[in-house]
Write a protein that binds this ligand. Structure first.
Ligand SMILES: N[C@@H](CCC(=O)N[C@@H](CS)C(=O)NCC(=O)O)C(=O)O
Length: 209
């Protein structure tokens, strides 16, 4: 197995944290997104969608999309369960994980990709060129504020994002909060539950992944 990764990017980090929580070590190959290696022919043969992460299996099968990779890893390494063990747990984890991917991770991406010069002409990942829309960066900032509010509200009623135990929903939300620091610097005041939870999750060894 091999993980195609880019150290500074949030989506591969979700997979690295997931693997670390499982105690599974996988060889990593860095794809230089800054040098546009993802758009070159060699990487397109791995993933024509031109994104990381990708998990390449020993038979050359390439699995793309962070959550799909996590589901695959959970299937072959069920312990500790990070996607839930009962159908109800799985439903809650799936819903919260997706909610915070869209409201958190994608909102931050919307700001950065529509405002940072390095993303000019690349406002969406993938092989198609898209121009930046500055209004989307403004909307993204409002979306991040809403994400922090929602996460704080949720963590005020639950020890972890999807229930009492740690799950992949915590990984996605944690990576999104750290990614938001590239826009907002700190967790905003008035979000004590996010701060408490961020310290707890940040103390897990997987947070260094
Ligand atoms: N939905 C995809 C998103 C993958 C994605 O957008 N990855 C970013 C890095 S976080 C990327 O590869 N960007 C390439 C680029 O910016 O050209 C997933 O969950 O894996």
């Amino acid at each position: 197995m091999k993980l195609y990764d880019f150290k500074g990017a949030p989506n591969p980090r979700r997979v690295r944290m997931f693997l670390a929580e499982k105690g599974v070590s996988v060889p990593v190959r860095q794809v230089d997104l800054m040098a546009r290696e993802q758009h070159g022919d060699a990487y397109r043969a791995i993933n024509p969608w031109c994104t990381v992460p990708v998990l390449e299996l020993d038979d050359d099968t390439c699995i793309r999309e962070a959550m799909t990779i996590c589901r695959y890893i959970e299937a072959i390494h069920p312990e500790p369960a990070l996607l839930g063990t009962t159908p109800v747990e799985q439903a809650a984890i799936g819903a919260w994980e997706h909610k915070f991917e869209v409201d958190g991770l994608i909102a931050v991406g919307e700001v950065l990709r529509n405002s940072v010069d390095a993303f000019a002409g690349r406002a969406l990942p993938g092989p198609v060129s898209h121009e930046q829309i500055p209004a989307l960066a403004d909307r993204g900032r409002r979306r991040i504020a809403h994400f922090m509010d929602l996460l704080n509200e949720r963590l005020g009623e639950s020890g972890h994002v999807a229930g009492p135990g740690f799950s992949v929903a915590d990984i996605t939300a944690f990576v999104a909060v750290d990614f938001a620091a590239r826009v907002e610097k700190d967790i905003p005041d008035g979000h004590p539950h996010v701060k408490r939870w961020h310290e707890t999750v940040g103390a897990r060894p997987s947070a260094q992944a």
